[in-house]
Design a protein. Structure first.
Length: 173
């Protein structure tokens, strides 16, 4: 997944400001966590992933920020984050929404943990110029429409954009 997504474009959509608390669901090997720590003034970056192996990899990738206390990586899922309600200013999820066992429950949980006015950026392989791997992982239009509809069912504002190698949904609470 490190090679199939342009994380810089995701950072632009996320619009992290100094002092923000950011939650990443499905941090994988930690590439976006590392970028968030290095390029934003986020006060806190929390991440959840269901896989202990990914937690170890992401901890290695973001070692300095973890030691400084700015990054906390835990185990969890979109359906059960364990996070307090309205605890995140920004939420991001890249290349895992299609793997959620229950889309609607995950979307409700994302909404619950975001503060009012906060955006969630949820992206999946695809975009305007995807590479070979991302092209093979693209979702059919019906599935993208289902994701957008689930987001629109609980968020006040939902948009879909084509990044270079991701389809990104931005949902504002």
């Amino acid at each position: 997944m490190l090679w199939t997504s342009n994380q810089d474009e995701v950072l632009e959509l996320l619009e992290v400001r100094p002092g923000h608390a950011v939650l990443e669901i499905g941090y994988g090997p930690g590439a976006l966590v590392r970028l968030l720590a290095a390029r934003t003034g986020a006060a806190a970056i929390r991440g959840l992933d269901p896989t202990p192996g990914m937690r170890r990899a992401a901890t290695r990738t973001s070692r300095a920020a973890v030691r400084q206390g700015r990054v906390a990586l835990g185990l969890g899922t979109a359906q059960d984050t364990g996070e307090a309600g309205r605890s995140a200013d920004r939420l991001v999820c890249v290349n895992n929404i299609a793997l959620w066992p229950d889309l609607e429950t995950g979307v409700r949980e994302v909404h619950r943990v975001l503060r009012p006015g906060g955006p969630a950026v949820i992206a999946w392989h695809g975009g305007s110029s995807p590479g070979r791997i991302a092209r093979s992982l693209r979702l059919p239009k019906e599935q993208l429409d289902r994701i957008e509809g689930a987001l629109a069912g609980v968020f006040c504002e939902v948009g879909r954009s084509q990044l270079s190698n991701l389809v990104a949904f931005t949902a504002v609470r």
